[in-house]
Design a binder for this molecule. Structure first.
Ligand code: EPU
Length: 440
């Protein structure tokens, strides 16, 4: 008999115990310390979210380990509970019992706080033949439509109807189909892969996204009994099975968190060792960091990043995986703010992902934005300032700038940060950064 688990305690602010954040908390950073020592990467937020959703497909008790304590994870738990699942947690292990799911509707309240909630549409449709999920609406970094998700579900035979801000989908039996995505979409690929797992016959996803989080989800689905080939390439074949079963699954490490620490070490001229990460997921960043003068080595799975005395300027263009990740663009821009020379940073994935620019300029950074590109002219030293987080990765970029700035910086609106970085200020403090959370 498995040991009963302590119930996850939700604090009113979406943080599971033991890590609790508050909307009005601030971070105070005194820059100038070189980072040194060891840090361990948490489980991946963007892998955990679809993995939690996939549990809907198989009634029973799933055990998901290496789950990061994050606000977005709590939102996903609330979403699953609102559908009728029973969720319990013990440390970073979460048990999800999906036998009691009886509702096929995800409301606006939950979907508006986290766009990934829309991924429940297909799995609910597969399980109940009907689903009603709120449309997510716009978002701070871009319009982020879900047309590719809906196009795919229609191809699988779903009748889709949009009314009153909701998507209603119906299908007696989903049927495999060939789906060619207009854009390589991470969420769309995950959504269709999950939904096709129990459709009748073969589904082929063409121009699929290739992110490691998709490979992680495919591994979990395969363990559940799905037949999937090609995850991690642009063509994924799914042979539908009649039934999937509950599983125990360990979430992959967070490559974006790992990349954020790599850049933090580089900007402070630090020397850190990162444990538990998979460097092969971060080739594009590693090459750029090496071009910028950092020393990156991998020994027995421990990645050491040594910052140079002066950072060299490097151009980057964000691209779908294996290109340079959009989720690390803001952090890399902070690094380029103190590089020797000018760099051009081009954002190709989202149309509005330069909101950190005006905040970085409060540190004295010299940045000019022209459409999709930002030209960053490196300066010798940033100067500490009060700044405001505008989205998750922008928050990380402002912390990185604060670590390299003189004097004290104060970062407010860090609830964005709590959505995606597990105890980042504690991890950075353990590496020698002078950073603390001031409770509201
Ligand atoms: N797009 C469409 N139509 C669609 C779907 C996407 O036009 O139906 C467009 C988007 O507007 C965007 C591009 O395609 O311009 C790529 O979007 P994608 O669907 O790949 O993004 P996502 O699945 O919504 C995930 C991550 C994001 C990350 C992107 C890109 C999760 C939960 N989110 O979003 O993570 O930036 O892939 O890699 O996995 C973050 O963690 O900070 C974050 C925003």
């Amino acid at each position: 008999m498995p040991r009963p688990l302590a119930r996850i305690r939700l604090t009113g602010h979406g943080m599971p115990c033991p890590y609790r954040g508050h909307k009005l908390d601030k971070l105070i950073i005194k820059g100038g310390n070189k980072l040194s020592g060891n840090v361990t990467v948490s489980g991946s937020k963007n892998a955990a979210l679809p993995i939690f959703v996939a549990t809907i497909l198989a009634p029973g008790v799933h055990e998901i380990s290496n789950v990061p304590f994050l606000a977005d994870i709590n939102t996903t738990i609330k979403l699953l509970e609102s559908l009728g699942a029973h969720v319990e947690g013990n440390g970073n292990v979460v048990k999800i019992d999906t036998s009691g799911i009886a509702t096929h509707e995800a409301t606006y309240d939950l979907v508006k706080t986290m766009r990934a909630s829309v991924l429940v549409l297909g799995p609910l449709l597969s399980r109940f033949g009907i689903a009603r999920v709120s449309l997510p609406g716009g978002c701070a970094i871009g319009a982020r439509p879900i047309d590719q998700h809906l196009k795919g579900l229609k191809a699988l035979g779903a009748e889709i109807h949009l009314a009153h801000g909701y998507v209603e989908a119906k299908a007696k039996q989903l049927k495999g189909a060939r789906i060619n995505f207009d854009v390589a979409t991470v969420g769309g690929t995950e959504h269709l892969m999950m939904t096709a797992a129990t459709a009748k016959g073969e589904t082929v996803l063409e121009n699929a996204a290739r992110e490691p989080e998709i490979v992680d989800l495919a591994a979990m689905l395969t363990l559940m009994g799905a037949k999937i080939e090609g995850a991690g390439t642009d063509t994924i074949r799914i042979m539908g099975v009649t039934e999937l079963g509950p599983v125990s699954y360990r979430v992959m490490p967070d490559r974006i968190e790992a990349g954020t620490f790599m850049i933090a070490s580089a900007i402070t001229g630090g020397d850190i060792k990162i444990h538990g990460m998979q460097l092969e997921h971060l080739d594009a960043l590693t090459f750029k960091l090496q071009d910028a003068g950092a020393d990156v080595t991998n020994k027995d799975g421990v990645v050491r990043v040594k910052g140079p005395r002066r950072i060299r300027s490097v151009n980057i263009k964000t691209r779908p995986y294996p290109g340079f990740p959009t989720d690390i663009q803001a952090q890399f821009m902070a690094l380029m703010c103190v590089a020797d020379g000018a760099s051009v940073i081009t954002e190709n994935i989202f149309e509005n992902r330069f909101m950190h620019v005006s905040e970085l300029m409060r540190f004295g950074a010299d940045i000019t934005v022209d459409g999709k590109s930002a030209t960053v002219k490196g300066i010798k030293k940033l100067s500490g300032a009060p700044v405001m987080a505008t989205d998750l990765r922008a928050s990380a970029s402002l912390i990185i700038a604060g670590l390299a700035a003189d004097n004290v910086s104060e970062l407010s609106r860090i609830y964005h940060l709590d959505r995606g970085y597990e105890t980042i200020e504690r991890k950075l403090a353990a590496l020698g950064a002078d950073i603390q959370r001031v409770k509201a």
